[in-house]
Ligand binder design. Structure first.
Ligand code: TRP
Ligand code: SF4
Length: 343
């Protein structure tokens, strides 16, 4: 299915919170997949800035920089504004409109039972998350999704429960409200589970901003080398003369993702025979990561010039708004709300 006509292409929607500069884990976990999807599907990708406010409402001063950094990383990674629609959630007012409408039909118990709700409240114990907005987080996500009537929602395992809730909300909506011909307005979208390879950070734990063990897509070469040098290795390989086991080494996990088969074979041979040292092994890894990121960083620098990001987001907003309004016109009619009359 190469280059299907726009009309026949299935629709994909996904979002990301504006967490600031993205790291290799974000890239391998979601972004690289989005870049592939844009060639086959009609794609809508947005910055979930309202979602950021559900947990980070106290100090919002970093929001503009964080949004810009994420968009720049998207463009750097290869999302092409000619191929997909990139926009900011809060600029398309229909997200908040549909969220409010869906809140009318959502039983509280459904939200309280979402597994991420209690988990996150415990994980982020320093923040007061006993708020209305935080409880509504997954419902806002349902509105984000249903607004575009997508076929697929590419997400990681951690978001599957939210798409499941979205499907339940769609079913409930469709029971109450229908088109004049009786057909359903909000189809149930399917999860497109993102395959993500194991990607450890420099301390051997999962790469994550909150662990401070990340390598950023925008890290310059010296920074990448500096971060990789002290990376955790096979703990049994204490001395240079001890042979190591790549299969228990986080450095090798990164080789599997970024190095070619040849380098991986050289590492395996050299490590298990104590023929190479870990410093050398990490140099090879740094070479591979640097060459993977170099073209991205060039693109990032190009897109950072002038008003490019703003122009891309403005275009994206217009396109997304037009699509969202199609849905809302039908939704409002089915709910017997008066039609919109103002621009
Ligand atoms: N909750 C998602 C996350 O934390 C981000 C998100 C918001 C999203 N709205 C969405 C993802 C709609 C997919 C579809 O990653
Ligand atoms: Fe890990 Fe490489 Fe050291 Fe082997 S040589 S333990 S794979 S860092």
């Amino acid at each position: 299915m190469s280059n299907p006509s726009p009309q026949s292409r299935k629709r994909v929607l996904s979002g990301m919170r504006p967490t600031g500069k993205l790291h290799l884990g974000n890239y391998m976990g979601a972004l690289a997949n989005w870049v592939r999807l844009q060639h086959e599907y009609e794609c809508y990708f947005f910055i979930a800035d309202w979602h950021a406010l559900t947990t980070d409402y106290a100090d919002t001063s970093q929001l503009p920089d964080n949004i810009r950094d994420v968009v720049l990383d998207w463009l750097a990674a290869g999302l092409d504004p000619e191929k997909c629609t990139l926009f900011i959630q809060s600029q398309v007012h229909e997200h908040s409109e549909l969220h409010l409408l869906l809140s009318m039909i959502t039983p509280l118990g459904w939200l309280e039972r979402v597994p991420t709700y209690k988990e996150q409240i415990e994980n982020l114990a320093g923040k007061d998350l006993a708020t209305y907005g935080f409880l509504g987080y997954p419902l806002l996500q349902s509105a984000d999704i249903l607004l575009y009537q997508p076929d697929f929602v590419p997400v990681g395992q951690d978001q599957v429960a939210h798409v499941e809730l979205t499907r339940e909300i769609a079913r409930r909506f469709n029971q109450f409200y229908k088109r004049p011909d009786g057909s359903e307005i909000l189809p149930e979208p399917q999860v497109l589970l993102t395959p993500s390879p194991k990607l450890p950070g420099t301390d051997g734990r999962k790469m994550s901003k909150s662990y401070g063990n990340t390598i950023l897509l925008s890290d310059p070469e010296p920074e990448i080398r500096k971060k990789l040098k002290p990376m955790v290795t096979d703990p049994a390989r204490v001395r240079r003369t001890d042979p190591g086991d790549p299969d228990v080494c986080p450095v090798f996990d990164l080789h599997k993702v970024f190095s070619g088969a040849e380098t991986q074979a050289r590492v395996r041979e050299g490590c298990t025979t104590a023929g190479i040292g870990c410093i050398e092994c990490k140099t090879w890894l740094a070479d591979a990561v640097v060459s993977e990121l170099a073209p991205m960083q060039e693109r990032r620098a190009r897109f950072a010039e002038g008003n490019l990001v703003k122009d891309i987001l403005n275009e994206g907003c217009k396109h997304a708004t037009a699509r969202a309004r199609q849905t809302m016109t039908e939704v409002r009619a089915a709910v017997h709300l008066p039609p919109e009359v103002c621009e």
